[in-house]
Design a protein around this ligand. Structure first.
Ligand code: 5CA
Ligand code: ZN
Length: 407
């Protein structure tokens, strides 16, 4: 799939690797040093299911991983960044049927809008942007591999994965059995379906249903389950043991647990990802912002209303990514105020040391992407006086390179 246009990223002076880059790893439930072997960091971020426009929760999650990409780039690393688009799945078909639209048209329109939103927010594009439909053959081939290995089984014409076949099943989320069962039912699983070997076993291939799209494959006509989509797309581009898998916290189980289990069985190697990073949920009026609840604030609506994407970006970065949080009108106005005050500050002829600002920004962001601390560093710089004539230009570059905001 076509990705989107990359914004220019200024190169900053000084030692970008003074502090180790730390992330909270959901699997070990602790902060870990993210140590990249070699010149290229490998990142997989779960992409959208394009049945509706990008809301602020999505945007917050993608900007979290954009911050990580920017930090890696600042450290002189190349980033091999893969993001998928779940452009065939039940929610998409349901929405298209509800609105009397063609599901392909819905997916194309909403994916195009997502690209526009990401471009406006200055998110760095993935190196591989891959739709499930275009990856159909490789996903089916991966399911065949799982069947051949004995880790998958037929139920009627469908194919399921046997979680019992994955030695490390449960290690990604570290959830207990009851939690797993509850989340499976809530998040697209079918623990009640009779005939499965284990209630948690996830669908790998759904045989063609009347009136639904399906694709020819060695498995028969059908379409893939959700988790194996990400497994195949990730492994075929990044290989096993890539550096970070990212997404919102609602993906930890079952999605990331199952993707990792498929990967383990399909490749015989573990871990699938070395670190699992999850962003908290953004809510509105006390509820998770979600399409099914209908309490959405869309990036595109705010853009259409004339909101500066830089203000929106600063509003979204103002809380720590792991914090579940609420969106208020005041969140946006604080972002707007901050953007205005930073713009005023970089328009000054001189300011406090630019080198110190860069070092402090790097330190804050390297500590588990602490964007609130990073914003406070720039606030303090903007509020103080100084004699450094190169500082305003350097501050502008640093805010651009590390926070993605054009001042
Ligand atoms: N296509 C799958 C991933 S393979 C999917 O979950 N799509 S999605 O459109 O539902 O979500 C896209 C990303 O946004 C996921 O990482 C998800 O965890 C995140 N997300 C969804 N809702 C919120 C929210 N309210 N707050 C923060 N992140 C969210
Ligand atoms: Zn995914």
């Amino acid at each position: 799939m076509q990705s989107w246009r990359a914004p220019a990223v200024p190169v900053l002076p000084g030692d970008a690797s003074a502090a180790p880059l730390q992330l909270h790893d959901s699997s070990s439930r602790q902060l870990v040093d993210v140590v990249v072997a070699g010149p290229t960091a490998r990142l997989y971020v779960c992409g959208i299911t394009p049945y509706d426009a990008t809301h602020l929760g999505h945007a917050a999650t993608y900007l979290t991983f954009d911050t990580l990409v920017r930090l890696w780039r600042d450290r002189g690393l190349e980033v091999d960044y893969v993001q998928n688009v779940t452009d065939i799945d039940d929610p998409l078909l349901e929405r298209a049927a509800r609105d009397g639209e063609d599901w392909v048209a819905v997916a194309e329109r909403e994916t195009a809008l997502f690209r526009e939103d990401m471009t406006a927010l200055r998110a760095l594009p993935p190196t591989h942007y891959v739709g499930a439909v275009e990856a159909m053959d490789e996903i089916a081939a991966f399911v065949v591999r799982l069947l051949d290995s004995g880790a998958a089984y037929r139920l009627d014409e469908d194919v399921y994965f046997s979680i019992a076949a994955a030695e490390h099943f449960g290690a990604v989320s570290a959830y207990d059995a009851d939690t797993m069962l509850a989340l499976s039912a809530e998040r697209g699983g079918d623990p009640q379906r009779p005939g499965k070997k284990h209630p948690l076993d996830p669908l790998l291939w759904l045989a063609a249903r009347p009136g639904e799209p399906s694709w020819d494959s060695p498995l028969g006509k059908g379409r893939p389950g959700w988790h194996v989509e990400c497994t195949a797309i990730a492994l075929n581009r990044l290989g096993s043991g890539f550096d970070v898998q990212g997404g919102g916290s609602d993906l930890l189980f079952p999605h990331h647990e199952m993707s990792a289990a498929h990967g383990e069985v399909g490749t015989g190697s573990w871990p699938f990802a070395r670190t699992y990073a999850h962003a908290g949920m953004v809510g509105l009026s006390g509820e998770k912002m979600s399409k099914s609840r209908g309490n959405l604030v869309f990036v595109s609506s705010l853009r259409a209303a004339g909101v500066d994407p830089g203000a929106l970006r600063l509003a979204l970065l103002a809380a720590h990514y792991r914090q579940d949080r609420e969106w208020f009108d005041s969140t946006l106005s604080a972002g707007r105020d901050r953007l205005a005050s930073w713009r005023t500050a970089v328009a000054r002829p001189t300011g406090p040391s630019g080198e110190a600002l860069v070092a402090e920004l790097r330190a804050a962001l390297s500590a588990d992407l602490d964007t609130p601390a990073a914003l406070a560093v720039v606030d303090a710089w903007a509020a103080a006086d100084g004699e450094d004539a190169s500082a305003p230009a350097l501050a502008r570059d640093a805010v651009d390179a590390l926070l993605g905001v054009s001042l």
